[in-house]
Design a protein around this ligand. Sequence first.
Ligand code: SF4
Ligand code: SF4
Length: 522
Amino acid sequence: MTGAIPKQDWMDVPAIFREGNFCYPAKKSIVEYHKFPNPREWSPDQDDWKLPEGWEDIILKGLKERLDKFRSLKLFMDICVRCGACADKCHFFLGTGDPKNMPVLRAELLRSVYRNDFTTAGKLLGKMAGGRPMTIGVLKEWFMYAYQCTECRRCSVFCPYGIDTAEVTMMLRELLHLVGVGTNWILEPAANSNRTGNHMGLQPHTFKDNIGYLCDDIETITGVKITPTFNRKGAEILFITPSADVFAEPGIYTAMGYLLLFEHLGLDYTWSTYASEGGNFGLFTSNEMMKKLNAKQYAEAKRLGVKWILGGECGHMWRVLHQYMDTMNGPADFLEVPKSPITNTVFDNAASTKMIHISEFTADLIKNNKLKIDPTRNAHRIPTWHDSCNTARGMGLMDEPRYILDNVVPKWYEMPENTIREKTFCCGSGTGLNTGEIMELRMRSGLPRANAVKHVEEKFGVNTLACVCAIDRATLSALMDYWNPNVKVCGLSELVGNSLIMDGEKERETDLRFEPLVGMEG
Ligand code: SF4
Ligand code: SF4
């Protein structure tokens, strides 16, 4: 950001692709698996994107269909007054200084084509009215900037008209898929999720075995043996979590926390090896894909005959559930309004979806004195709290996690006010951007978040960044390693699991990561 006046109109600045600034395109086999159009080998840094015959018309027809279907899109195309309130709110703009990463200009990439072909002024006056035709240069620009937006919706908090640029990004990605332009990091997990139930493509027995290994570690650390059930018909509760919690650090420690909590309560619950993924990469692809993947959760609840669904720590999983699930795949009239069997609290907020978040469940347990907790076991952790965009802005889950933290750690600290709660900064790598080939971009776009963590690290000695999102746990770990290497990332349920005093446990010498507790350093 130099402050210099640009020498060219933004429409005349082309998107230049070079290794490191774009996500790899979807493999031909993956596009074929999804039965998406135009499977082929191609690369964004080559001139010829091997688009289908008449691709411009395919895009315009797709845009018309979506303008007719989604009133919000039509409004977002028409009502922006260019006030600029959103401009400096996007972490991609703050991290890269690229004007096309201002939310207002990102939306303009689509709006200019809309104006040209769908408004009278644009049809008559073209560029003078801010319109431009659909060209290969425009398409390339769409691809560049649709994948430099994490659909975090921070910009929408500051827009006086409530324009949600994340939805514009969603539409850009949908339109790109119509001509076979998509990324592998998104479409391959979506294919795996459809095929075996989870992003990694773990087979049911592997999923089950992984959780078994976590139980072995729990027994070593606590002396408590846990034997969870899988696909058990008639269980009261179906538990669904992001699969990253089951196979990758640091998520596995969060899963150990869930297992300890449920054992502590004697909860009547089961895991599913069919709906073994809470995350939904359909959200980053298209409405139809999101609906298809999400449908597994209700289908499995119905098959197993549970009363309601408890969900683990995932960001976009909760955005999908909270904002779309009910109308996409509901109403789930075969389920009951969630009621805690431990406290008898009825979660009326989930009267329609029949699904509650583990933090709501845990906060209610603490409030009703149902947990035996020793927060000093987390004394080696001095956390700050990262509001994940989708749980905080997307579903308003802001107080429950803080209440849990108040009880399970001796002390924790807030980051600055304009970087938390609904104004939280994104990890910089959500919506399927957490892929290695764009690492520099990720570190740039995560800088605003890392900067706020640095502030509390220096001021209060914070050494832990806690959150309730599996993608955050993966992406913030890389972000902290780069910007704040003394800060480790953890899930909230990991801290809960560390603090729980289990019946029949042995004296704990380490936390769930096998790291010595304070006073046990040897
Ligand atoms: S949704 Fe987030 S990433 Fe996308 S333009 Fe808005 S602030 Fe930037
Ligand atoms: S804040 Fe809203 S109205 Fe103002 S420029 Fe941004 S999108 Fe347009």
